[in-house]
Design a binder for this molecule. Structure first.
Ligand code: UDP
Ligand code: MG
Length: 362
């Protein structure tokens, strides 16, 4: 099929980039080599600039002049890693999609092992870190604690020591995009989809250049998102704690009455203050937990667009991308992307789209 409009690339590589000017060239070099090895010229690289304040976008848009496989997507502002990745997935047209970080911590060369596993019928091949070079002890410890806690709280088994580095089939990507939530925890959402998911152990490298974009503050936010979007157990914890404190309080009342009848009513100011403080803190913890969920409910209820795309750059030309929302039907999404590429939209849905909508994978 020579018609550009109908042909899906065999592979899309989606890479969110936030202030990655020092590493993006090396990333593109290695990604192109790996993709060529597994897909010939039949691939695209979707580089999403997540509102960088450095030269990341200039580099991406100038490289796309001589790298015809490169598609640059510029978001209107910084949306954060998970949303930037989602925007990239929405633009990707490939039959298979690799999600990867720009900092080369996850080697693109792993594609050579991931693709054959998917040939055998896997829906998802995810990288599982067997070692992590160049991470602080603190990050390793908190990450380990986080995955253990998450495992206890959620009913969806989310594999330990994985990032978002994974190769996904088209049908998994379409299901992922059909999930409307704004607080996205992609690795959990992919696990939730199910199907045949295969782990591929690898050694995680240190960052090639630049600094981590996940300071402690963002990591905590990410962890809270992960837990609240996959578990309502914390809400139940609030109930248990409230129940337990009510029992302790009842026992205290009995104790006070006994003391009163015994005539030992020397009012202990400090113990009283301690008790009050204790119960207040428990109340506030409970309210805080409820607030976390309530806040997310409010965000979801607003139904705002998940991300805003400033423009798309392909072949050195930047074009605006009208409205692209993750929750469009696959064929509509694709038509919007191809219009932005300067390719006219297909008059009728392609056979692949029909297959996709009925859930059968080619
Ligand atoms: N990133 C992004 N938007 C952000 C923060 C990060 O697109 O707001 C990208 C970043 O450029 C990188 C990936 O997400 O490609 C992972 O970020 P980072 O390497 O800083 O995270 P870490 O590996 O330290 O967890
Ligand atoms: Mg990194």
């Amino acid at each position: 099929m020579t018609d550009d409009r109908l042909a899906s690339p065999h592979l899309s590589i989606v890479v969110p980039c936030f202030n990655e000017e020092s590493g993006i060239d090396e990333f593109l070099r290695r990604a192109v080599l790996a993709a060529t090895a597994v897909a010939g010229q039949n691939f695209e690289i979707i580089a999403v600039d997540d509102g960088s304040s450095d030269a990341t976008w200039d580099i991406i848009s100038s490289r796309s002049c001589d790298l015809s496989n490169l598609v640059g997507v510029r978001l209107m502002r910084n949306h954060g890693h998970q949303i930037a990745a989602t925007a990239g997935l929405a633009v990707a047209r490939g039959e298979r999609v690799l999600l990867i970080d720009a900092d080369l911590q996850d080697p693109p060369e792993l594609l050579l092992m991931m693709m054959p596993i998917m040939d055998k019928g896997a829906d998802v091949v995810y990288g599982q870190r067997s070692s992590r070079a160049g991470e602080t002890r603190f990050k390793l410890l908190t990450a380990a604690m986080f995955y253990r806690l998450l495992g206890r709280l959620t009913s969806v088994p989310i594999p330990h020591d994985t990032g978002d580095f994974r190769l996904m089939s088209r049908r998994v990507v379409d299901i992922l995009l059909a999930m409307p939530e704004r607080d996205r925890f992609i690795r959990g959402m992919v696990s939730w989809v199910g199907g045949r998911q295969v782990a591929l152990p690898y050694e995680r490298d240190a960052r090639f250049a630049g600094e981590t974009k996940y300071p402690l503050r963002k990591m905590i936010h990410f962890a809270v998102d992960a837990i609240t979007s996959f578990s309502t157990i914390p809400l139940r914890i609030a109930t248990w704690v409230g129940f337990m404190s009510a029992m302790i309080a009842a026992a205290l009342v009995v104790y006070t009455l006994v003391q009163w009848f015994a005539g030992n009513t020397v009012a202990g100011w400090s113990s009283l203050m301690a008790t009050v403080a204790f119960f207040f803190s428990i109340q506030f913890i409970g309210m805080g937990i409820i607030g976390e969920y309530l806040g997310r409910l409010v965000q979801e209820a607003k139904q705002r667009p998940m991300f805003m795309v400033d423009c798309i750059n392909r072949g050195g030309v930047s074009r605006p991308l009208g409205i692209l929302s993750a929750d469009m039907r696959p064929s509509e999404r694709r038509a919007a992307v191809e219009r932005a590429f300067g390719i006219e939209a297909a008059p009728t849905a392609s056979a692949q789209d029909i297959n996709r909508r009925t859930g059968t994978d080619a």
